[in-house]
Design a protein around this ligand. Structure first.
Ligand code: NAD
Length: 266
C-alpha cells in the first residue's frame, strides 16, 4: 500500500532508539524526508548511521525537549532544512516510580517536563509549519497508562493522560484547517524503556530478564492477550498509517497498540 509520504518532511523526537527510531526507518522507506532528534548528538549520529540512508533525506539534529532554548535551536536548524508536514512526539521517560508517598516534587517535575511539557514545547515551536502544510499530521505517543493508570507509575500516568487531553483539544482547534492530530498508545513494547524496567525487575527478584518479562506479563499486564512484548515496528506501522493520506478522515483519535492490555472497550 502506498502511503503517499514521498515529498513530505517529518520531525521525530526521541528517535535515537525504540519507537521513534523505527518510525523514522518506516517513513524513510516510504519516501519521506526525516529529521530525527534526541538529546545526545553523538548517540543520534550513531542512530542515523544505522538507518543507512544513502541520499539526503535524513537529518539528525539534537535537542533536549525539556529545554526551551534547545527546542528553539532545533526550530532554527530544521528551518534551514525546510518546513515540516509531520511531527511525531516520541521522546519520553518512565520518570519517577514507586509509591505515591515516596515521589517528591522533583520526581513529578522531571516526569512532567519530559512527558507532558516536552511534546507541548516541540509542538508549539513547529505549529506554524504543521498548520500551513496541506498534509499536516501531529502524532503524540501517549500510553495505555493514560486510560488505565498504574499505581506505581503515577507521574507517568498523569503526564500521559494530560497529553491525551491536550491532543484531543488540538484536534478540535486545528482540524478545520486540515491539521490532523492523533495519539498512539502502546503497551509493553520491547525498547530500551521497557528493557530498563525488566532489567531492574530481574535484579530485584533475582531472576533472568526473560523470567522477569514472563512474570510481568502474567502479574502486571494480564490483558496483553498475545502474551509477549510488542515490537517497535508494530507501533511504527500505526504511526506511519496515521501520517499518511490513508488516514485522511482520522482526527482526535487514540490508537491503541497494546494487544488488548487496556481492559475497557472505549
Ligand atoms: P525509548 O527509551 O527507546 O525512546 C525514548 C527516547 O526519548 C529515548 O531515545 C530518549 O533518549 C529520548 N528522550 C528522553 N528524554 C529526552 C529529552 N529530555 N529530550 C529529548 N529526548 C529525550 O522508549 P520508547 O519505548 O521508544 O518510547 C517512545 C514513546 O513511547 C515514549 O513517549 C513512551 O512514553 C511511549 N510509550 C512506550 C511504551 C513501551 O512499552 N515501550 C509504552 C507506552 C508508551
Amino acid at each position: 500500500m502506498d502511503l503517499g509520504l514521498a515529498g513530505r518532511t517529518a520531525l521525530i523526537t526521541g528517535a535515537d532508539s525504540g519507537i521513534g527510531w523505527h518510525a523514522a526507518q518506516l517513513l524513510l522507506a516510504e519516501g519521506a524526508m526525516v529529521v530525527i532528534s534526541d538529546h545526545d548528538q553523538t548517540i543520534l549520529d550513531r542512530a542515523a548511521a544505522a538507518l543507512d540512508v544513502d541520499d539526503n533525506r535524513l537529518h539528525a539534529v539534537a535537542a533536549d525537549v525539556t529545554d526551551r532554548a534547545s527546542v528553539g535551536r532545533l526550530r532554527e536548524q530544521v528551518r534551514r532544512i525546510g518546513r515540516i508536514d509531520i511531527l511525531i512526539n516520541s521522546a519520553g521517560i518512565t520518570g519517577a516510580t514507586g509509591a505515591f508517598e515516596s515521589i517528591d516534587d522533583d520526581g513529578w517535575a522531571e516526569t512532567l517536563s519530559v512527558d507532558l511539557m516536552g511534546p507541548v514545547r516541540v509542538t508549539r515551536a513547529f505549529l506554524d509549519d504543521l498548520r500551513s502544510s496541506a498534509n499536516g499530521r501531529l502524532i503524540f505517543l501517549t500510553s495505555e497508562n493514560a486510560v488505565q493508570p498504574y499505581p506505581e507509575e503515577i507521574p507517568y500516568d498523569a503526564a500521559k493522560a494530560a497529553l491525551l487531553a491536550t491532543a484531543k483539544a488540538l484536534s478540535k482547534a486545528y482540524g478545520s484547517e486540515g491539521l490532523l492530530v492523533n495519539c498512539v498508545s502502546p503497551a509493553f513494547i520491547a525498547t530500551p524503556m521497557t528493557d530498563a524496567m525488566m532489567d531492574q525487575r530481574a535484579a530485584e527478584l533475582g531472576v533472568t530478564t526473560d523470567e522477569a518479562i514472563a512474570g510481568f506479563l502474567q502479574e502486571m499486564r494480564p490483558g496483553i492477550a498475545l502474551r509477549r512484548r510488542g515490537r517497535p515496528e508494530e507501533v511504527a506501522a500505526v504511526i506511519a498509517f496515521l501520517c499518511s493520506d490513508r488516514a485522511s478522515f482520522v482526527n482526535g483519535s487514540n490508537y491503541r497498540v497494546d494487544a488488548g492490555s487496556v481492559a475497557t472497550i472505549n
